[in-house]
Design a protein around this ligand. Structure first.
Ligand code: MC0
Length: 146
């Protein structure tokens, strides 16, 4: 079951400048940043709010790390802007399977590694009224050691 907007992915040419825009304009700070080589992105997660399912909602700022990445390709065609939306779920495998059964193309056979150790998959934008849609199961919160 999809229980939150996990994040909105925003493609940008210059991550540091874009982070500074969100900090100076809205006061949002970087909660986490990483490079995801498989996806070809350098990203910053700005936490907006906690959600009632125990998760959170973020803005995800994405800068491509290589010219053949999906985000680089998208930026070349569209310029900067909203690249995808991501729904959070406790069960990305189950939800992807169920959505696939409704005739929507799921882009990965198995979920892959996403931001902060999450497991992610994508739905084809052409099957989702033009919106690249991601499903995310967050990594379990590590319990403190005793
Ligand atoms: C492409 N299209 C989009 C789109 N990207 N439409 C809406 N939103 C997007 N972001 C449209 C194109 O305009 C085109 O339509 C058609 O889809 C085919 O696109 P293409 O440019 O020919 O490119 P393809 O087919 O090679 O790839 C499109 C596809 C790809 C969606 C399959 O971008 C993909 O696999 N995306 C999933 C992975 C991804 O985006 N990773 C980056 C974020 P027309 O009408 O012109 O034919 S990584 C991330 O977000 C991770 C780190 C995380 O959240 O933790």
């Amino acid at each position: 079951m999809l229980t939150r907007i996990d994040h909105i992915g925003i493609a940008c040419f210059d991550l540091d400048k874009t982070v500074e825009f969100y900090r100076a304009t809205y006061g949002f700070e970087v909660f986490h940043s990483e490079v995801n080589e498989e996806q070809g992105v350098r990203e910053a997660m700005l936490k907006i709010n906690e959600t009632s399912d125990g998760g959170a909602s973020y803005l995800q700022l994405l800068e491509p790390t290589r010219e053949d990445s999906t985000v680089a390709k998208w930026l070349a065609k569209n310029g900067e802007g909203v690249h995808h939306i991501a729904f959070g779920t406790a069960d990305v495998d189950g939800d992807a399977e169920e959505i696939k059964g409704k005739g929507v193309r799921v882009l990965y056979e198995e979920p892959r590694r996403g931001s902060m150790g999450s497991r992610i998959t994508f739905l084809h934008p052409k099957d989702c009224h033009g919106v690249l849609t991601e499903l995310v199961t967050s990594a379990p919160v590590e319990s403190p050691e005793h």
